[in-house]
Design a protein around this ligand. Sequence first.
Ligand code: PFF
Length: 532
Amino acid sequence: MSNQIASREQWSGAWGFILAAAGSAIGLGNIWKFPYIVGENGGGAFVLVYLLCIAVIGAPVMICEFALGRHTQRDPVGAFKALAPKTSVLAHLVGLAVLLAGAFLLLFRCWGWGALLIGLGLLIFRHGWVLVGAMGVVAGFTILAFYSVVAGWTLGYVWKAAAGQLDFASVEAAKAHFVQFTFNPYWAVGCHFVFVMLCVLIVYKGIKSGIERWSKILMPVLLLIMLALIIRSLTLPGAMDGVRFYLTPDFSKINAGSVLTALGHAFFSLSLGMGAMITYGSYLDRKENLFSSTLSVVGLDTLIALMAGLAIFPAVFAQGFQPDAGPGLVFLVLPTVFHQIPLGAFWAFLFFLLLLIAALTSGISLLEVVTAYFVDERGWKRHRAAVVFGGAIFLLGALCAVSVTDISDWTRLEKLHAVLLKVFGSTKASFFDTLDNLSSNWLLPLGGLFISLFTGWIWGTKHALDEIRHGSSNFGDVHLISLLAGLKDDPSHNAGVHVVTLASLWGIFIRFISPVAVLIAFLHTIGWLKLT
Ligand code: PFF
């Protein structure tokens, strides 16, 4: 492990850090995914559940990640190495459970999964908590591979909108065009390549003059474009039907599945569970306030997701479309909506540019996790790490890009398919879906679960709080009632023993509520727990 900590770069101040972290959080998840899952889960009631998940689970876990990063000033693997005890009973128990599960699967002749779990169990025994950081680095790699494919489609659509080619009279015509575009490997892989290059160029430049500088330019542009789109959308005749759908809660449409979808999405949207926020926190000075920075990042992320709904639903309803079109809402329905609006090509261009900017500031944070690991732990030069892993991510992403075209239909590669079927069971999903599923449904929730458990029970909330208190002017220690009443600085309201403080609430959430909620969501997603 190299000792570069003394010369480690830092953000120039709180705003640079907040905008970069908000840039990581605000991405395709906010503008592409949030509106369509709201559409599929019945509108306003889902929005409320999502807000609750953000407040009760998302924000507390984000504080953990920032504290872990800032305290250790290292990448996720280094952070766990620095704080994990030599032996941990909890880690051994998890290792044992995984080994037993592997042995059980072998008994039932599931050779592939069985061997995989046995290997994983042994790794857990050997490396313990450090594996949580390693899982984050792997997740950064795999998420960026498929994320940059969708970002590449967005880039292509910016180009097409500028050339006036996104003009469709019907959703069918938009769909035919989208399929033709994404099935064309030259376009799909070419756009993916350009997007990864942009990420590499920014990460290559480093923290201050790369990530921070571009976040400071791109985030205000994003906000301005979003405002323009909202005004356009809300002033269309019939727009209020969309607003009503979006903001009127109908709790009959909420079930356990939608609550867990909201929780999973809160993690993805806030970039939690894989160490992106540990990495960004590691470049932060100890004099900055972690509580208020977290509130700003969470607030900005939520604001942009809510605004995206306000830009999209009124326009969709005004033009007589349905809100539950799923993942195609943005690529299929919106171009058709723009077709019916005066100066549609211009609005389409602005919308896809917005999506591209959001994807770019998230993409760089994913590449930064991988880069930081190789710089901090392996002693690589930043330039080399960014280029080498940018290249590797491009190759993996190129496989993803062609895996959703017809040339890669896995069932056509009969021999390979037969082998995979033998080893892992069903492999009908495309490579793209497999990577998405692996990272969003497995790596992020497990990462979130273990980060909460580690902070709450191993590193300890007391030590974490000591870190959080640096620069917070004891913000978290004010009695909650005094804080809400605006009496935070009044000595007589702020003396004595404080029981219900932000800090104590945070400790309870991290030790009990987050791990249990995330575990339930995880078991539900992988199908081991059936909740209706
Ligand atoms: N938060 C990003 C989004 O909402 O699109 C996705 C993401 C970025 C997830 C970075 C995880 C991460 F580390």
